[in-house]
Design a binder for this molecule. Structure first.
Ligand SMILES: Cc1cc2nc3c(=O)[nH]c(=O)nc-3n(C[C@H](O)[C@H](O)[C@H](O)COP(=O)(O)O)c2cc1C
Length: 300
């Protein structure tokens, strides 16, 4: 008998596969492809206190081994999410994670206070956002700045708190340790890598904001190395993210020390990717005579 369940910060996931924020909307479109109750969990599109229209110009660009995006956190805002999207998500028998973004600490805190009043299972703090009070430098770059936002959110947060790390952190291990010390119950890593693409006939950057976030298979070996290093340094569960395309990638992340994973870009290529990955993990465990993920977690 194989058992793919995993418990992260008191929340039980039926399997380790979570749909990554920003690549699965609020689940409705994907529920036409497979029952989303099959998922271990779903992380919502990044939510902000107020509605956001997102960025102008090109928003997604395909590149070698991945995609680049500059969506600009388009979302309906926390209140509309709670009223219009959450009832559907809560009816789906999977772990629902609210991914929260903000440009100031106050915005993060008020958003989390609103989510405390709901049936959300967990909160994932996206700290890869520009901090407008620190001249636009990302909360996720310097450990002291990240620690400050996590500390303030922890004071009010009544849900299990995941902090999602940026690969732009000056020192990934130090960043992870600071976030745990400030109260993170779990860490997810990584977000997209800042990257650049140029249209040589227009002689201009492809994206209006010049740079954009790189994701997909091209980032996997780097993200995997970060998960490996962070999992050796902290005691909280790690959720591995970056370039997962099939079950083999998931097994690599588990062997590198992850408890669960998030699947992002793969959903754009194959809307059934998460369902197929879940089946692939079960078949692999069966074939290898492994009964729980714990047996292979962090064996590297
Ligand atoms: C189009 C797009 C939108 C995204 N939006 C968010 C977001 O709102 N919040 C967030 O924390 N991460 C967001 N991400 C990052 C993903 O959740 C994930 O961390 C990243 O894409 C790496 O995983 P992947 O290589 O499997 O895509 C987004 C990624 C993509 C491709």
């Amino acid at each position: 008998m194989i058992d793919t369940k995993v418990n992260i910060a008191g929340v039980e996931f039926k399997n380790p596969v979570i749909a990554a924020s920003g690549t699965f909307g609020f689940g409705r479109e994907f529920s036409e492809y497979f029952p989303i109750s099959k998922l271990g969990g779903l992380s919502t599109k990044g939510l902000t206190l107020r509605q956001r229209e997102g960025n102008k110009g090109v928003r997604i660009h395909e590149t070698t081994g991945g995609i680049m995006n500059s969506i600009g956190l388009q979302n309906p805002g926390i209140d509309a999410f709670i009223e219009e999207e959450l009832p559907f998500l809560n009816s789906q028998d999977t772990v629902i994670i609210a991914n929260v973004s903000g440009n100031t600490i106050e915005e993060y805190v008020i958003s989390v206070e609103k989510l405390n009043q709901t049936e959300i299972d967990m909160i994932e703090l996206n700290i890869s956002c520009p901090n407008v009070k620190e001249g636009g430098i990302s909360f996720g770059t310097k450990a002291e700045i990240a620690s400050n936002v996590v500390t303030q959110v922890r004071k009010v947060c009544q849900k299990s708190l995941i902090v999602k790390l940026s690969p732009s952190a000056e020192n990934m291990v130090e960043m992870a340790e600071s976030c745990v010390e400030a109260g993170a119950d779990a860490l997810s890593l990584v977000n997209t890598f800042p990257a650049l693409a140029i249209d040589i006939s227009k002689k201009k950057a492809i994206f209006d904001n010049i740079t954009a976030g790189l994701s997909g298979p091209c980032i996997k070996p780097i993200a995997l190395r970060m998960v490996y290093e962070v999992s050796k340094a902290v005691d909280v569960p790690i959720i591995g993210i970056g370039g997962i395309m099939d079950y083999r990638d998931v097994i690599e992340y588990i062997m590198a020390g992850a408890w669960a994973v998030q699947v992002g870009t793969a959903n754009f290529i194959n809307p059934n990717a998460c369902a197929e990955i879940i089946e692939g993990i079960e078949e692999y465990l069966q074939k290898e005579g492994i009964s729980t993920l714990e047996e292979i977690r962090g064996i590297i």
